[in-house]
Design a protein around this ligand. Structure first.
Ligand code: UGA
Ligand code: MN
Length: 242
């Protein structure tokens, strides 16, 4: 089965480092289509050249968060671009598995070989989510019987975006499935739209006993200042680095 990895990304100083880290993980994964979906008004040239040089089987998509959400403080991050990836898979995929992989998470390559065999919807633990340190399905005798998460709220599926994968044929049979622009409820809304019961979910990572994905976050530095130039730097690499 083909793995369709949908990565939402957006322009900022950390974008190329994040994409480099994710790409170099995915270089270990065979039979892969990497959909890099950028939330931007114009494509980032450094991103495009990295993708072209990477040798990975990539699809670049660009879409913007609807302007009414751009204005609010707590934004539904990555929704428009994940939906663009999902719609690309709907149009171009026939079999395989789709997984939403944020650009800043940390992935153990063992998770990719397990999600590849997802029949409907699979789930697995995600580390470094809330102060509990892990978000995971609770598994008894190989069945999902509940969820452990620091923010259950009123969610039927209180899981992280990095904690589940969906079979493409299963998705194609559900043309109405989609992700809501509802902060905190993106995962729950999407999984509910698939019409799956908790009892049908396939627990991975050895019945959810291994953490193979972490919700890491990169510290933001202060906005970049222009590189200082003077007569002594003209004609050197500093011309390009500015
Ligand atoms: C958490 C969840 O892990 C995300 O899956 C969820 O989308 C997000 O919360 C949310 O709903 O706010 P978090 O680490 O807090 O993620 O958020 P980011 O990593 O900043 O953003 C999630 C993804 O969306 C990243 O891949 C990021 O590159 C992308 N993003 C972020 C955009 O495409 N546009 C933005 O304006 C911001
Ligand atoms: Mn993140």
């Amino acid at each position: 089965p083909t793995l369709y990895i949908v990565t939402p990304t957006y322009p900022r100083a950390e974008q190329v480092p994040e994409i480099t880290r994710t790409a170099q993980t995915l270089m270990h994964v065979p039979n892969l289509v990497w959909l890099v979906s950028e939330d931007a008004s114009v494509s980032s040239p450094a991103l495009l050249s990295y993708l072209n040089e990477s040798g990975l089987n990539t699809v670049y998509l660009r879409v913007q968060m609807p302007s009414k959400y751009q204005k609010v403080k707590n934004k539904p991050r990555g929704v428009a671009n994940r939906m663009a990836g999902l719609n690309w898979v709907r149009s171009n995929g026939k079999e395989g598995v789709i997984y939403f992989a944020d650009d800043d998470n940390t992935y153990d390559i063992r998770i990719f070989e397990q999600i590849r065999w997802t029949k409907k919807v699979s789930m697995f633990p995600v580390g470094l989510v809330t102060s509990l340190g892990v978000s995971t399905p609770i598994v008894r005798s190989g069945r999902v019987v509940g969820f452990y998460d620091g923010w259950i709220a009123h969610r039927t599926f209180p899981v992280d975006m990095a904690g589940f994968a969906v079979n493409v044929e299963f998705l194609l049979q559900r043309p109405q499935a989609g992700m809501p622009y509802k902060v905190g409820y993106e995962e729950d809304g999407f999984i509910k739209s698939l019409g799956i019961k908790a009892s049908e979910i396939e627990p991975l990572a050895f019945n959810c006993t291994k953490i193979w994905v972490w919700h890491t976050q990169t510290k933001k530095n202060d906005p970049a200042k222009p590189v200082a130039q003077n007569n002594a730097t003209i004609g050197t690499n500093m011309d390009i680095l500015k």
